[in-house]
Design a protein around this ligand. Structure first.
Ligand code: BES
Ligand code: MN
Ligand code: ZN
Length: 489
């Protein structure tokens, strides 16, 4: 991540390799951009309308996502000027600025120092710009012989020291989650993820517990154990605790940490498996958020449980027809081994509910059906409490991680009743798959206020755009942090 500092120098005099300013639709220059234009005797505006947007056709018009890069010819302190489009002036909000900064970051790799002044008077724009830039500069390049260039320093005008510090905490956590998920799945099985999480958590000052198979067997965590049986890399149950002094309240976070989902004996197609290293994205977001809490000094006690397993089809693999006795004693009939996420989450939810948090949220790449319902950019939330739902939707609006409420239709519960167990893990029809999965989970939460985030869509990015690089998005990390911060400070 580039180092980011508040910008204290005016845009016309700031010394940087690249200055980034903004224009809204039809090239209406923001205040800072107009000052630069004046210092350049009107040549910025004059040239803009004759410049093709980077990677696009036609001319720069200030549309959202458009970028133009012009030399400054020594008229201002910076060597070059980048103008980013913000789109319709009336529609500009934090997310517009975050995205524009992300675009700027992705196109400014050739410049070492970048000065951003793109806020245009919007509330919270400085922080959004810092976030967009930090996230947009990321790409997963560990295995590339030639690494893409990244700017190494940025200043952001209109952001305070503290806003930038918090933005950096959010983004560093998000990037940690992205890195974990992007890593080849054979290099980071359940034990490795537990170790990495533990390392980061201890450094952050959290309490860490890792349950191995023996400990899980003793506790009756048979959902996680059973899903992990088909793999040579044994499952783990990870518990992180953040307990600040004088803590008020108690929240629970639960993450699906399937380090690879082959489907098990109900095996996926080759194509269906291509992105299944992403199946630990919920767990990654939970771990990343937890380990960022100390730096944000939030006041609530938070406990996280991440169920880590690899879903494979080895000789010991769970078979259709098997019955699991989950943590707490409820049973499930496994009819499709590819509906494994709910099986591991059942243990984790029951375990967390037993600890009686004020509210708990699980994050999981749970169903392809959610991708069908909401597409690849929006996650779904299903919950047994309306107020919890609005809290999460509000957080989503602030962080720009799109979330939509889906109904937890009780009438569908009969679709997963089993003659031999308390519940079966698939309904036998494709219809309402995301809702049915959530209803399965609901059996294990009791009366605890609970929300389930199905992030199967936005956890993964096929085509990079604004502050999202290709691969893991880190979706949910900032949303959880924002939810916790805004709930109790
Ligand atoms: N991890 C998948 C869900 C998924 C699919 C996430 C695509 C991201 C992209 C999950 O374990 C799964 O396989 N779900 C099945 C459930 C079905 C068997 C009821 C699915 O969605 O096909
Ligand atoms: Mn699966
Ligand atoms: Zn899965």
């Amino acid at each position: 991540m580039p180092t980011i500092e508040p910008g204290s120098t005016g845009s016309t005099v700031v010394q940087a390799d690249l200055l980034v300013v903004a224009a809204t639709k039809d090239n209406k220059l923001t205040h800072a951009a107009a000052q630069v234009d004046a210092a350049m005797d009107g040549t910025l505006l004059a040239h803009l309308a004759k410049t093709a947007p980077v990677g696009g056709s036609g001319v720069f018009e200030g549309k959202a996502g458009q970028v133009a890069i012009l030399p400054s010819f020594g008229r201002i302190g910076a060597g070059a000027v980048m103008v980013v489009g913000l789109g319709e002036a009336d529609d500009v909000d934090g997310e517009t600025v975050r995205r524009a900064a992300g675009v700027a970051a992705r196109l400014s790799g050739g410049f070492r120092s970048v000065a951003l002044d793109i806020g245009g008077g919007i509330d919270g724009a400085g922080r959004a710009a810092a976030e967009g830039f930090a996230l947009g500069a990321y790409s997963f390049d560990r295995y590339l012989s030639e690494k893409p260039k990244q700017p190494d320093h940025a200043t952001v005008t209109g952001a305070t020291e503290e806003e930038i510090r918090r933005a950096a905490v959010y983004c560093e956590a998000t990037i940690w989650a992205r890195d974990l998920v992007n890593e080849p799945p054979s290099d980071r099985g359940p034990q490795v993820v537990a170790d990495r999480a533990a390392g980061r958590a201890i450094e952050a000052g959290l309490k860490v517990e890792v349950f191995d198979e023996a400990a899980m067997a003793k506790e009756g965590m048979n959902g996680v154990l059973t899903v992990g049986k088909g793999s040579d890399s044994p499952p783990r149950f990870l518990v992180l605790t953040y307990e600040p002094e004088g803590a008020e309240g108690f929240l629970g976070l639960i993450g699906k940490g399937i380090t690879f989902d082959s489907g098990g004996l109900s095996i996926k197609t080759s194509e269906g498996m291509e992105t299944m290293k992403m199946d630990c994205s919920g767990g990654a977001a939970v771990i990343a958020a937890m380990t960022a809490l100390p730096a944000l000094a939030t006041k609530t006690r938070v406990v996280a449980a991440v169920a880590l397993a690899e879903n494979m089809s080895g000789g010991g693999a769970v078979k259709p027809g098997d019955i699991i006795r989950h943590y707490g004693g409820r049973t499930s009939e496994v009819l499709n081994t590819d509906a494994e996420g709910r099986l591991v989450l059942a243990d984790a939810l029951a375990w967390m509910a037993e600890r009686e948090p004020d509210a708990m949220v699980d994050v999981a790449t749970l169903t392809g059906a959610m991708r069908v319902a909401l597409g690849t950019k929006v996650a779904g939330v299903l919950t047994n409490r309306k107020d919890l739902c609005s809290e999460l939707l509000d957080a989503s609006a602030r962080t720009g991680e799109p979330l939509w409420a889906m109904p937890l239709v009780d009438d569908y519960r009969s679709m997963i009743s089993s003659p031999v167990a308390d519940v079966k893990n698939v309904s036998g029809t494709r219809y309402g798959g995301a809702i049915v999965a959530a209803l399965f989970l609901k059996d294990f939460v009791g009366d605890t206020p609970w929300a389930h985030l199905d992030i199967a869509g936005p956890a993964w990015v096929d085509k990079p755009e604004h502050y999202l690089s290709a691969g893991a998005s880190g979706y949910g990390t900032r949303l959880l942090l924002d939810w916790i911060t805004n709930r109790t400070g």
